[in-house]
Write a protein that binds this ligand. Structure first.
Ligand SMILES: Nc1nc2c(ncn2[C@@H]2O[C@H](COP(=O)(O)OP(=O)(O)OP(=O)(O)O)[C@@H](O)[C@H]2O)c(=O)[nH]1
Length: 442
C-alpha cells in the first residue's frame, strides 16, 4: 500500500468509522466535503484530490454500501503511483485489496455487534417498561393483591391490601392467609376451595375475612396459579375487592322491596309469597293454616282531625301490638292503608283462630298514647283457612277479606270465619266500591 496509501470506511454522516493505517488518529473525524458523500454521487467511482486531513494528493477509488450507510474508500498517493514500477504497483494494489477485505470484515463485525447490542438494549428497555407498568398497576390498583408461595406463605401484598385489611406488608409477609380468617366458613369450605385451585389452577367467589381491627368483611376474590416458563407451579396471586357495603346495599334494597317503610312489616308481595310457601308446606305435611284479614275501624277520622303524622304513629303502634300478639313463626304484614294480614301456619283447629282474634280485638281496642293524644280504634277481622277456604294465596286473601267485610257490616269490632255465602256479599261490595283488599289479593 506504500507509505501513504489509505483505506477508509466513512459513514453517510461523513464520520470516519475505520481507517488504515493510523486508525486511532482518524477515527471519528469528519470528511464533509468528500465527493462520494454528495447527494448526487455515483454508487462507485474515482477521483483525484488533495486529502483534507493530511494534505497528501492521492488517487481515490470508492464504493458506496447503501444498506450499511457507509462508503468504502481506497486511495494511493499520486507520487507513489507515478514513481513506482509495475511490480511495485501490483504489490501495492494487492496489499490494498487485502487491507480492504480486512477492513470490510472488521466493519461488518462492528456493525453486527452494534446491531446485536441495539436489539438487546431494545429488548431490555421493553422488558423494563413492562415491569415498571406491572409494578405501577400493582401499586396503584384499587384491587387488593396478595402473592403467596405454593405452600401459602405470603410473599407480597400491595397498598390496596393494606387499605382493606389494615395490615402493613411487613405484618403479613411470611404468614399465611389464615391470618385473615373470620371463622364464618367451615373447614369444608376451604377444602373445596383448595381442591378446585389444585385441579383447575383458579378459584373465584366470596369469602368473609377479618380485618386487623377484628371487623369482618366480605370480599370477592379471584385466585390464580402462576407457573414458571417450564410450567412448574410458582405462585398464587389473589386479587380481591371489598364488597361488604355493596352487599349491605343490596340487602337494604331487597328489604325495601319486600317491606312496608312505615311499619317495617312485610308488604303484600312478601306476604303472598309466604302464603304460597305456607300452602306448599301444609300440603306436604298435611297441616292446616290460615289468613286473618284485619282492617282498623274508624281510622279515617283520626287522620282527618289530627293529621297524617298522628295517623302514621297510630299505624306503627298497631303494627307493634299485632306483632306482640302472635307467635314468632307467624307473619304480620301491612298490605295497605289501615289493612293488616296475619298468616298463621301449622294451625289445625278453629279455636286457635278464635283465641287470637279475640286477643287482637282486645289489644287493638286498648287506648293508644300518641304524644298528647289518647286514641281509641278498633278492628274488624275476617278469617279464611287452608284447605277448606281456598288453596291459593289469592283465594285465601279474597275470602278473608270477604269475611272481614261481614264483620264491618255487622257493626265492627268483630271477627268472622269465611263461608261460601259471603262471596256474593263481597262481590256486591266490590261492584259498588273496589277496595284495596281486593286489589291486594289479585
Ligand atoms: N296516616 C296514614 N293514613 C293512611 C295511610 N294509608 C292510608 N291511609 C288512610 O287510611 C284511611 C283508610 O280508610 P278507611 O279504612 O276507609 O277508613 P276507616 O275510617 O277506617 O273506615 P272503616 O274501615 O269503614 O271504619 C284513609 O283515610 C287513608 O287516607 C298511611 O300510610 N298513613
Amino acid at each position: 500500500m506504500g507509505r501513504q496509501g489509505v483505506v477508509l470506511m466513512v459513514r453517510d454522516s461523513a464520520e470516519i468509522m475505520a481507517r488504515a493505517p493510523d486508525w486511532q488518529a482518524y477515527m471519528g473525524r469528519s470528511l464533509p466535503t468528500a465527493p462520494y458523500l454528495a447527494p448526487d454521487a455515483a454508487p462507485r467511482g474515482s477521483f483525484r484530490r488533495v486529502a483534507v486531513l493530511d494534505g497528501v494528493p492521492r488517487l481515490y477509488g470508492y464504493r458506496k454500501l447503501p444498506d450499511y450507510h457507509l462508503t468504502f474508500v481506497a486511495a494511493l498517493p499520486l507520487d507513489e503511483i507515478l514513481a513506482g514500477t509495475q511490480r511495485q504497483r501490483q504489490a501495492t494494489f494487492a496489499t490494498m485489496a487485502a487491507m480492504s477485505l480486512l477492513l470490510a470484515a472488521m466493519a461488518w463485525l462492528i456493525l453486527r455487534s452494534v446491531r446485536a447490542r441495539d436489539r438487546a438494549e431494545r429488548a431490555l428497555r421493553d422488558a423494563n417498561r413492562a415491569l415498571s407498568l406491572a409494578g405501577s398497576v400493582f401499586q396503584h390498583t384499587m384491587d387488593a393483591v396478595m402473592v403467596t408461595e405454593i405452600d401459602g406463605t405470603i410473599v407480597s401484598v400491595n397498598p390496596a391490601f393494606t387499605d382493606v385489611t389494615g395490615y402493613e406488608a411487613a405484618e403479613v409477609i411470611g404468614h399465611t392467609p389464615r391470618l385473615l380468617r373470620s371463622g364464618r366458613h367451615d373447614a369444608a369450605f376451604y377444602r373445596a376451595l383448595f381442591e378446585q385451585l389444585a385441579s383447575t389452577g383458579s378459584w373465584r367467589g366470596e369469602i368473609w375475612n377479618r380485618r386487623k381491627d377484628g371487623q369482618s368483611y366480605l370480599e370477592w376474590i379471584r385466585i390464580s396459579l402462576v407457573r414458571d416458563e417450564n410450567g412448574k407451579p410458582l405462585r398464587y396471586v389473589s386479587v380481591s375487592n371489598d364488597v361488604t357495603e355493596l352487599r349491605a346495599g343490596d340487602e337494604h334494597l331487597r328489604h325495601l322491596a319486600f317491606h312496608d317503610p312505615l311499619t317495617g312489616l312485610p308488604n303484600r308481595a312478601l306476604l303472598l309469597d309466604r302464603i304460597s310457601q305456607g300452602i306448599s308446606v301444609a300440603q306436604r305435611d298435611g297441616r292446616g293454616m290460615g289468613v286473618m284479614f284485619i282492617d282498623l275501624d274508624r281510622f279515617k277520622p283520626i287522620n282527618d282531625t289530627l293529621g297524617h303524622d298522628v295517623g302514621d304513629q297510630l299505624l306503627q303502634q298497631v303494627a307493634q301490638r299485632l306483632s306482640q300478639a302472635v307467635r314468632h313463626s307467624d307473619t304480620v304484614a301491612r298490605i295497605g292503608g289501615d289493612e293488616f294480614v296475619i298468616l298463621l301456619e301449622q294451625v289445625d283447629d278453629g279455636i286457635t283462630y278464635v283465641n287470637l282474634a279475640e286477643k287482637l280485638l282486645a289489644s287493638l281496642s286498648r287506648p293508644m298514647l300518641l304524644g298528647p293524644h289518647t286514641l281509641e280504634v278498633g278492628a274488624s277481622i275476617g278469617i279464611a283457612c287452608y284447605p277448606g277456604d281456598g288453596d291459593s294465596a289469592a283465594t285465601l286473601m279474597k275470602h278473608a277479606d270477604a269475611a272481614m267485610y261481614v264483620s264491618k257490616a255487622s257493626g265492627r269490632g268483630a271477627y268472622h270465619f269465611y263461608h261460601p255465602g259471603m262471596t256474593a256479599q263481597s262481590v256486591q261490595r266490590t261492584a259498588a266500591e273496589p277496595g284495596p283488599a281486593e286489589r291486594a289479593a289479585e
